[in-house]
Design a binder for this molecule. Structure first.
Ligand SMILES: C[S@@+](CC[C@H](N)C(=O)[O-])C[C@H]1O[C@@H](n2cnc3c(N)ncnc32)[C@H](O)[C@@H]1O
Length: 247
């Protein structure tokens, strides 16, 4: 892995689709693609953190022009190698600041990837960068978890999300800085193991709304999922849509 590829270097890229298989299932992909195609209309779509094309490729197959911004060349190479990959343009860079060519009717940032920006400043910059790419009336869609602090007992900072004999996953939270890390321990049959930690910054829905306002966008929709289920106090994630002002 090169430093430039961040936390998604060659070894992660090589197994990304397999290790995220549930997110590649039609039931996870198709509702997202349907929402994004509707929002794109006759215009183009910009995916921030396009990865190996889980959403970009099926969206492009529906006739939407899709461009991606991606930090990891290893992930982008996987996208390009797939059937239809040549139809998706990729700008290598940081989606908080990188400029992609042209303008877009929809931009989207899915699968908790806004949290890969580990400071509030970077997340604010990301909203500003998106606004600069959007046409007036264009939309920005974010799919992200609701911070799981309700699962933190007093005095603890750790929440397990997978406990099994060959795999252990847990998140650690710093409620002062909103820093969060996901830790993955894997044990192989020969008793060997691996440990991988990824840093995040968790972010509240209302905080995202304020970032959108700072960038000249207003909340249009907030659902609990891509099937547009109502967002409630029990929702563990949300799909939010902000609209850029028409001036
Ligand atoms: C969880 S994966 C999601 C990939 C794809 N969007 C999907 O839904 O399968 C996060 C992707 O965002 C990329 N990424 C993370 N931070 C980034 C940044 N600041 N700028 C550009 N890409 C970034 C990673 O390299 C990785 O490919």
């Amino acid at each position: 892995m090169t430093d430039d590829d961040g936390y998604f270097g060659e070894s992660v890229a090589a197994t990304y689709d397999e290790s995220s298989a549930a997110m590649f299932a039609p039931g996870a992909v198709e509702p997202a693609v349907a929402v994004l195609a509707e929002l794109a209309g006759e215009g183009r779509a910009l995916e921030l953190g396009v990865g190996t094309g889980r959403i970009a490729l099926p969206l492009a197959r529906r006739g939407v022009g899709v461009h991606g911004i991606e930090l990891s060349r290893a992930m982008a190479d996987r996208l390009r190698a797939k059937p239809g990959g040549e139809a998706v343009g990729v700008t290598i860079g940081d989606f908080a600041t990188a400029r992609a060519p042209g303008t877009f009717s929809v931009a989207y940032l899915v699968f908790n990837t806004i949290m890969n920006l580990t400071t509030q400043d970077a997340q604010v910059d990301c909203f500003r960068n998106v606004a600069a790419h959007l046409e007036p009336g264009g939309t920005f869609v974010v799919e992200v978890m609701v911070p799981g602090l309700r699962r933190l007992p007093p005095g603890q900072n750790t929440v397990p999300f997978h406990v099994g004999t060959d795999r252990l996953g847990f998140d650690t939270y710093d409620t002062v800085t909103q820093a969060m890390s996901s830790h993955h321990v894997r044990v192989t049959e020969d008793g060997r193991g691996s440990f991988r930690s990824i840093p995040f910054r968790y972010v509240w829905p209302a905080e995202l709304d304020l970032m959108a306002r700072l960038a000249g966008m207003r909340l249009r929709e907030r659902w609990a999922d891509w099937n547009r289920a109502p967002f409630t106090s029990e929702s563990e994630s949300h799909v939010s849509v902000w609209e850029k002002a028409v001036d």
